[in-house]
Design a protein around this ligand. Sequence first.
Ligand code: SAM
Length: 279
Amino acid sequence: MIRLALRVHRADAELVLAELLELAPSGVEERELPGDVVEYAVYGAPGELPALPDLQAVAGNALVEITTEEIADDWHERWKAFHRPVAIPAVRPGGPGLRVRPPWEPPLDDGMEDLVIDPGRAFGTGAHDTTRLCLELLLGIEPGGPVADIGCGSGVLGIAAARLGFGPVFGLDHEQESVDATRQNAAVNGVEMDSLRFDLLLDGTAPAAPTVLANLVRPLLLAVARTGFRDGLVPETLIASGLLAHEADEIADAFSTAMGLREARRVHGGEWAALLLVR
Ligand SMILES: C[S@@+](CC[C@H](N)C(=O)[O-])C[C@H]1O[C@@H](n2cnc3c(N)ncnc32)[C@H](O)[C@@H]1O
């Protein structure tokens, strides 16, 4: 097993991380190093790791160093050490809070909805700010009716929606690993959630639902706003995430112009923002 580490200047670290997660969707280990340097590490067998030129492109001028290291058999334990449970407190009066935990962490008996998510090779432990912000916005809306989770990754958002009382719920993703992880995680959590393989850039207008959860990146959200949804459907509620804070106005404008959606709420976490858009 190899540990591949990318060291970058702290000033650009959030931007590098956003790009790096596209190459390593199931997560990266983060360490602060002296001298305002942040190290992001991924683990894998030699053929599974991102290629060096891709890493260099992701880091750009922020690059300090790329290192590789053979590691001992305890890598599983190290990997687990940074998939920690994440708790999102209740947002609506009388509504539930939500805890998302990996399967190896025990449940807590504190009245929160308990979701078990094993991301496998898909994105979405729940801990990334972009996912957490979506869950926060989701907890703030009255549950009910069909949901589409577009770019579902591990299925974490759709599964949370199903658990909160929305339904039917389906997810789509262009990666088969995500489609499979979503099905498995739905079964583990005892909720109904279908998932299908669909490329938002190549496969035409996407199927949707009155509530759409879209934790994507800026260019994909712009493409979705431009292309619209199948049969001209305009969602009643669309949660858009995966945005750097300075990108949020542009995305709100794009959905306002294309579909007449209006911004009802905006939340921030780290460098990230997420939008609650309503009809
Ligand atoms: C930021 S992750 C979000 C995962 C999960 N929904 C969450 O909130 O943690 C974005 C997801 O979009 C998927 N994706 C990226 N490009 C896509 C495309 N062109 N069509 C469909 N899905 C795409 C990725 O595979 C990834 O699972």
